[in-house]
Design a protein around this ligand. Structure first.
Ligand code: MLT
Length: 205
């Protein structure tokens, strides 16, 4: 088996009982971007933050797109499996419980693709400004997997109707989806962080 590698940051947590967070940045971001967000969401959790390997005009992403909102689906599939393998290996390496993915924009979309293709690697997901990652349905039953999807009503990039379809697709396969709509655009806001914090606290019990 090959060992998938990503440039990444790993910060150990102070409470091994808590689910680690996998932080997945948006287009043009990197492994540093969401560290402060992860620390606000759960200051005691371990944080694993990979950098997307695809470069679009020098900007890192997690998979290729053909145009804004038009994804290269074979690339989405291959990169989702590679990222899921990396997360599974890192989880074992650091002796962690299953992580919760926290993704923003392109990072939320690859987290959504993991729910479609590799849900077994995650204990839950926070998808901030996500859309349908694939034209297909989720492959496996999602068995009550908790998902928070947070959309911006004025988001010019991700239409709310598309996010609603994603929520329905995940629910249709057994995920427990809490879809929140904020009166905002595409950018990550304090309200997103507050919602994510409450959601992650709920999973950790
Ligand atoms: C982005 O700019 O990252 C898009 O809105 C989402 C994507 O391409 O995955």
């Amino acid at each position: 088996m090959t060992h998938p590698t990503f440039i990444h940051r790993y910060l150990p947590g102070s409470d091994a009982q808590r689910h680690p967070l996998v932080l997945l940045h948006g287009t043009g971001g990197n492994e540093d971007d969401l560290i402060p967000v992860g620390q606000m969401i759960d200051p005691a959790a371990a944080l694993l933050s990979p950098r997307g390997k695809v470069l679009e005009g020098g900007m890192p992403r997690f998979f290729r797109r053909l145009a804004e909102g038009v994804f290269d689906y074979p690339d989405v599939i291959a990169r989702t499996h590679e990222l899921a393998d990396f997360i599974a290996e890192q989880t074992v390496l650091h002796g962690l419980s299953k992580p919760i993915a926290v993704g923003f924009s392109n990072g939320a979309n690859i987290a959504a693709a993991m729910l479609y293709l590799r849900p077994e690697v995650l204990a839950g997901a926070v998808l901030i400004r996500a859309m349908l990652p694939l034209p297909t349905e989720p492959e496996d039953a999602l068995g009550g997997l908790p998902v928070m999807l947070i959309s911006g009503r004025m988001d010019p990039i991700l239409p709310l109707s598309n996010a609603t379809q994603l929520a329905e697709a995940l629910r249709g396969h057994g995920a427990v989806v809490d879809h929140r709509v904020l009166e905002t655009g595409h950018q990550l806001t304090r309200n997103d962080v507050d919602l994510a914090r409450g959601f992650v606290a709920g999973i950790n019990g």
